[in-house]
Ligand binder design. Structure first.
Ligand code: ATP
Length: 537
């Protein structure tokens, strides 16, 4: 399982309404994506699962939702104004800008080695505040949610009477003017974070850090990621941010490579210390940013030691969008349902060969684009029976749409894919956008239709399972559509259900089909809710 290429995911997301490029009708806005009808459900489910596990199910956590716009002094004392910069280089030839640490001396666009010296580039978006534009009336869109937690540390402490250790959790938007947004929703300019600042007594920080790394790996597994695709990476001393005592990057095997999904840092007393007044009196261990404006000492009174301390903080910081991408990638599969006849395979093979010949001859395409299409096309052709569904992703690759024979290839491949293969998202029920789909076997049989609609309404209302009704195609096709969006269960209402079938004993029962095994079971309508609940656990 798992997606083989990003194109497969991009294509599914667009086709089925998970994720669209932002502002597409105006030519787009680079680094932005919009979540469609299914994407918003998946994303909400992921955030709810995180909130449930980290806030509701723990005894040592509170949640907040701070403003995106904050007093700009926040960003001075957090250190972002000074240090939230990436070194960047410009290509003198094609004028594109790249992050110096992400390229190897060569422009990824045009291949030129004529690059400028690296220069710092601040990643925060500046925005005007208030009606009079003067030099001081600005702030930044927050580049992380964490600072909203630090500035509210005292509020939460005073209003909840918490004792250490305890944490504050927040989910919200963050904005970074990334130099090179790429890899779909992996690196974007507007994204969401799920962040925890977990406050502990100094000295207990290392044990808590280790524990949080384990907890976070276990949580990602609980929402469907396999342990084999997750890799904790312990940053080396020379890689650590200046305030961090230790950082573990939790890497995930995305279609484009092994990259960061979440960072879990031991940030010592740097953050609370930097946002505090009277810093000299606090006994800070970190080299905090000298603060001339804060009105509060962000300390905790330790009743056992009878003294004020600045807590250390462990920060598990995850990206929602990267989480969505990981979950989609992990669950994605293209599976053969039954073997296609040899003559139909041969016809696709011929069309693929003709397409690749035409790519080779094309005068419109760059050599690199041609190469990418050829390599992928030959890979598919080499194991056509298994790889046939990959033709769709091939045809979505850059440049493919400029080839006239693409239409012919699509025309040959798609009917075979429709008939003999399925795309399926093996999602955990908790994150699946839709839990149950209900179909009438015959859409012109009023009693069957009414029963199906009644079942849908009931499951939605009393079981609070996102349930949809669909009668716009034949049952087989409806199953495939739900497989493709990860719906764990489909229910079909037929003549037996309404007591007009061959077997009177089947009255008031329906067929329940399982997405993963495709197995079907007969279940009494009255027991549907408990049956589904049990199966989804
Ligand atoms: P990277 O090194 O990939 O730029 P980072 O180390 O700067 O990431 P953090 O500042 O630790 O990232 O942010 C915490 C989390 O927020 C990341 O693990 C990631 O999941 C998410 N995140 C950060 N930047 C982006 C972005 N531009 N697009 C999507 N998610 C992001």
């Amino acid at each position: 399982m798992s997606a083989q290429t990003m194109e497969q995911l991009v294509s599914l997301c667009k086709r089925r309404g998970f994720i669209f490029p932002g502002s597409a009708i105006y030519g787009g806005l680079q680094g932005t994506y919009d979540y469609g009808p299914l994407g918003v459900e998946l994303k909400n489910n992921l955030k709810l699962a995180w909130w449930r596990a980290n806030v509701w199910e723990r005894e040592d956590m509170e949640g907040i939702d701070a403003a995106i716009l904050m007093n700009k002094l926040t960003w001075r004392y957090s250190g972002h104004e000074e240090t939230f910069v990436d070194p960047m280089v410009d290509c003198r030839s094609c004028k594109l800008r790249w992050r110096a640490d992400q390229i190897t001396g060569k422009c990824p666009n045009c291949g030129s080695t004529e690059l400028t010296e690296p220069r710092p580039f601040n990643l925060m978006f500046k925005t005007a505040v208030g009606p009079v534009p003067d030099a001081e009336s600005f702030t930044y869109l927050r580049p992380e949610t964490a600072q909203g937690i630090f500035v509210n540390f005292k509020h939460v402490l005073d209003s909840t009477a918490r004792k250490l250790p305890f944490g504050i959790a927040q989910i919200g938007k963050a904005f970074r003017n990334e130099i090179t947004p790429r890899n779909f929703i992996f690196r974007v300019r507007e994204f969401e974070q799920m962040e925890i600042e977990f406050f502990v007594k100094p000295g207990e920080d290392e044990a808590w850090h280790t524990k949080w790394v384990e907890d976070r790996i276990a949580w990602w597994q609980s929402v469907g990621l396999s342990r084999g695709n997750l890799e904790p990476y312990h940053q080396k001393p020379e890689e650590l941010a200046h305030y961090a005592k230790a950082t573990v990057d939790l890497l995930y095997r995305f279609p484009h490579g092994l990259e960061e999904l979440e960072g879990i840092a031991n940030r010592t007393d740097f953050d609370l210390g930097s946002h505090s007044k009277d810093q000299g009196a606090l006994g800070l261990t970190a080299k905090a940013n000298p603060n001339a404006h804060s009105t509060e000492r962000l300390t905790y009174y330790d009743p056992d030691a009878k003294q004020h301390v600045v807590p250390f903080v462990i920060e598990p910081s995850a990206g929602v969008d990267r989480g969505v991408l990981a979950i989609l990638s992990e669950g994605y599969a293209e599976e053969q349902v039954k073997p296609p006849p040899p003559e139909r395979l041969a016809a696709v093979s011929d069309a693929l060969g003709a397409f690749l010949k035409s790519v080779a001859k094309s005068e419109k395409l760059k050599a690199e684009t041609k190469d990418a299409l050829r390599v992928e096309g030959e890979r598919i052709g080499g194991a056509l029976a298994e790889q046939l569904p990959m033709v769709t992703a091939l045809l979505a690759m850059p440049g493919a749409d400029t080839i006239e024979l693409a239409k012919k290839l699509r025309g040959q491949a798609e009917p075979v894919v429709d008939e003999f293969y399925r795309t399926v998202l093996h999602l955990k029920p908790a994150v699946a956008p839709i839990k149950v789909a209900v179909f009438p076997l015959k859409k012109n049989q009023p009693e069957i239709v009414a029963t199906a609609k009644r079942i849908r309404k009931q499951l939605q209302a009393s079981a609070a399972m996102r349930t949809v009704y669909d009668d716009t195609a034949a049952i087989g096709k409806l199953y495939r559509r739900q497989d493709e969006i990860g719906t764990p269960f489909c229910i079909t209402v037929d003549f037996d259900t309404i007591g007009q079938g061959k077997d009177a004993a089947q009255k008031d029962t329906v067929t329940v089909r399982d997405r993963d095994s495709m197995a079907q079971e007969r279940v009494a309508v009255g027991e549907l809710e408990s049956y589904l609940r049990e199966r989804m656990r």
